[in-house]
Design a protein around this ligand. Structure first.
Ligand code: ADP
Ligand code: MG
Length: 763
């Protein structure tokens, strides 16, 4: 029996899925595989595990596993379910790549799809699970697709053993035919249960014109209009990236600041800016005639705490908007909203996946009394998280995605139009608690040109890590695997080729006719090295580096380098547009400090040949030496969350290495000494072994035919010039050869990502 609090009980009763409990449980009892479709927010993720728990599915030594494509969702959903059931995190737990709180007592386990795929490698039949729920199947993430393929085989095998496993596939859309109508996948079509949406009507308003590029500004104007003119109710804005989210948050906070003693005192950003304001004022007093930037203090976003009392009769805006107000706000183009108006406080919160978890959790709490909630989010708010109380959605219609070139693997982040399905999901966020409105900042004609659905991830990205994992499961003929949607043939071929080059697969015999040879290439068995590589939770290139690092005590360094390379955004980004001149000065200062530190971390003498890689080692070492505090990170331009992830990943990789080579006896030494000269030389070879095909040669002056090749490098993969980014320590003195992690296209083709590095390959 579950002991839920009265408030939780009440909230649950409002969820559409609760009315379907009996139907759902009967279907699950009678069928090995069930598909559940229900609008986002209908209660699938939080309630279905509870139904199963209450029906006794965990009572006889088996647990319920739920996979999520996003880490954010795995963590926050496990916390929510634990709270609803009044159970400890020891019982309702989560596991993501870097961390988890699973114990022996765990009965409900949320995890990312990648984590479950790794578990299949250790225990193909997943014997510790009684039920597996694949959540957010409509997102078509690569690992979710593969898990469904694998589970389509695991379920019958468990049945044969007399230890049945239930599989539940959950989707926020009704588009599940890739699963249900694919007879290679499921010979018997599983039943599809539809949860009544109980969605309130959402009125969609299209813009007459589609802004050419300033959709951020258009968002700002739309939110201002909604906030000034329309009845209470939360606003959710969809933008494409973290920088945009922050800049809109800043603009909105400035336009509708809080009252001084508003209850939102826990807002750290706010405190920080108050603090900065004070310092700034002080310094201004001290250096009266100094050339400090002029800012208009009357128009500043934050009311400093030591300023006189302001009017406190904060009105809600209900009575401002009449009953028959024109809800179709029209395309905004006036700039008058820029004036700050503190009589209408707006509680503005950012939401994106790299945001610290405690800041993410804020969106679920009610806004301070007398304020209106406004969440400015990236795509994460589209289906994985449901924010309570949203009545207005502002949709810019765009998403930032990573695109890969199928042949060269060169990637770029591009902002593109979303699909119609995504646009409708976003609109749906407005109708959870009452009828709502969605403002699309594009015309209906543009909408009609959107593609209907976004393509499954597996068709869009390199698949070498997937193929290695499948080979480790002894799936040799990958082509015969029951993919819900198979990856393109050229991506499969490229993956096998790379894995052969890395030594992870056994090379096919060079005899026979060419055609046979090629066919053999697509069904190579895994090598012993490949098996070791597959046990490491990193991409094959990095796994190879780990597998080679036993000599000369290089492992702790390789582990650190690999961790740092696979964690996103090690350093803070200071090259962003600032909201004020004061901020411009601040950002410049911080950037200067980071550049200075990077030069120190890059080391001296022989260590310099490790290039940006040594900067990473140095940064991690220095940060750990200081105890890895938020303060140290803040002062030195390191991203605290990234440093914590690196620390956890180091721990996890160390455990993984120890379990492969039992005599290694490794432990994570936070105060790692810099590598010796010999070690640096070996490290460079180790890195080269994983990235041997990523070699670039500097174009010499006498070869210069065209100005676009100035300071450029030539690679084997591309015809176009590639460059070293100015943020690299190698930029000052361009080496003749470099090995790069990857090529990312921004304004040019750069051998860099935020996690990248280059190193001179040969002297
Ligand atoms: P679905 O999986 O069908 O999209 P969920 O089970 O995620 O639906 O959400 C059901 C309800 O639970 C939503 O109304 C959502 O607002 C609420 N909810 C989810 N997580 C939290 C949380 N951390 N705090 C408060 N409410 C939450
Ligand atoms: Mg869900």
């Amino acid at each position: 029996p579950v002991d839920r609090s009265p408030e939780i009980q009440e909230a649950r009763l409002k969820l559409p899925i609760l009315a379907e409990e009996q139907v759902i449980m009967e279907a699950i009892n009678e069928n090995p595989i069930v598909v559940i479709c229900g609008e986002t927010g209908s209660g699938k993720t939080t309630q279905v595990p509870q139904f199963l728990y209450e029906a006794g599915y965990t009572s006889s030594n088996g647990i319920i596993g739920i996979t999520e494509p996003r880490r954010v969702a795995a963590v926050s959903m496990s916390q929510r379910v634990a709270k609803e059931m009044n159970l400890s995190h020891r019982v309702v737990s989560y596991q993501i790549r870097y961390e988890g709180n699973v114990t022996d007592e765990t009965q409900i386990k949320f995890m990312t799809d990648g984590v479950l795929l790794k578990e299949v490698q250790k225990d193909f039949l997943l014997l510790k699970y009684k039920v597996i729920i694949i959540d957010e199947a409509h997102e078509r993430s690569m690992y979710t697709d593969i898990l469904i393929g694998l589970l389509s085989r695991i379920v019958p095998l468990r049945e044969k053993k007399g230890l049945p496993l239930k599989l539940i596939i959950m989707s926020a859309t009704l588009r599940v035919e890739d699963f249900t109508e694919n007879t290679r996948l499921f010979a018997v079509t599983p039943p599809v249960l539809q949860v009544d949406a109980r969605q309130f009507p959402v009125t969609v308003h299209f813009n007459k014109k589609t802004p050419l590029d300033d959709y951020s500004g258009e968002c700002f104007r739309k939110v201002c209009k909604i906030h000034r003119m329309l009845p209470s109710g939360g606003i959710l804005v969809f933008l494409t990236g973290q920088a945009e989210v922050h800049s809109l948050c800043r603009r909105l906070r400035k336009a509708f600041p809080f009252q001084k003693n508003s209850t939102a005192g826990d807002d750290d950003d706010r405190k920080e800016s108050v603090e900065e304001m004070r310092k700034f004022k002080k310094s201004r007093r001290r250096r009266k005639a100094a050339t400090l930037p002029q800012i208009n203090l009357d128009n500043y976003a934050v009311v400093p705490v030591d300023e006189g009392d302001e009017d406190r009769d904060a009105e809600t805006d209900d009575d401002i908007a009449g009953s028959d107000v024109d809800l179709d706000l029209g395309d905004g183009d006036s700039e008058e909203e820029e004036k700050s108006d503190s009589s209408l406080p707006l509680y503005v919160l950012p939401l994106y996946s790299l945001l610290a978890p405690e800041k993410q959790a804020k969106v679920f709490r009610p806004p301070p009394p007398g304020t209106r909630l406004c969440v400015v989010a990236t795509n994460v708010a589209e289906t994985s998280l449901t924010i309570p109380g949203i009545k207005y959605v502002v949709d810019c219609g765009k998403v930032k995605k990573r695109f890969y070139d199928k042949i060269t693997g060169v990637s770029s982040f591009r902002v593109t139009w979303i699909s119609q399905a995504s646009a409708n999901q976003r609109a749906g966020r407005a109708g959870r608690t009452e009828p709502g409105h969605c403002y699309r900042l594009y015309s209906s004609a543009v909408f009609m040109d959107f593609e209907k659905f976004s393509a499954p991830e597996i068709t869009k990205r390199p698949v070498e890590d997937l193929i290695l994992q499948m080979k480790a499961l002894n799936i040799e003929k990958v082509i015969n695997f029951p993919f819900p949607t198979p990856p393109p043939a050229e991506a499969l071929a490229a993956a096998e080729e790379l894995l052969i080059a890395l030594g992870a697969l056994k090379e096919p015999p060079m005899t026979g006719r060419l055609k046979e040879q090629q066919a053999a290439k697509l069904s190579c068995p895994i090598s012993p090295l490949g098996r070791v590589m597959a046990t490491f939770p990193v991409a094959p290139r990095y796994a190879k580096m780990l597998a080679l690092s036993r000599q000369h005590d290089c492992l702790p360094y390789t582990i650190t380098i690999v961790s740092a390379m696979t964690v996103r955004e090690l350093f803070e980004e200071f090259d962003r547009p600032a909201a004020s001149e004061e901020e411009t000065v601040k950002l410049k200062g911080k950037k200067g400090r980071l550049v200075q530190m990077q030069r120190i971390w890059a080391g001296q003498g022989s260590l310099q040949k490790l290039g940006d890689l040594m900067v990473m080692l140095g940064a991690v070492g220095a940060c750990e030496y200081s105890g890895c505090t938020p303060k140290f990170c803040e002062e030195n331009g390191l991203r605290y969350k990234a440093m914590l992830e690196i620390r956890r990943l180091r721990g996890q990789l160390t455990t993984a290495v120890n379990s492969v080579c039992t005599d290694a006896g490794l432990y994570v030494d936070p105060k790692m000494k810099p590598p010796t000269e010999a070690q640096a030389t070996y490290l460079r070879q180790i890195v080269l072994a994983g990235l041997g095909d990523h070699l670039a040669r500097r174009v010499q002056a006498e070869e210069l035919l065209d100005d676009k090749w100035k300071n450029a490098y030539k690679t084997a993969l591309l015809d176009d010039p590639v460059f070293i980014h100015p943020s690299s320590v190698l930029f000052k003195q361009l080496p003749d050869f470099v090995v790069y992690q990857e090529i990312v296209e921004t304004t040019k083709l750069y051998m860099k990502d935020r996690v990248s590095w280059q190193l001179p390959a040969v002297e």
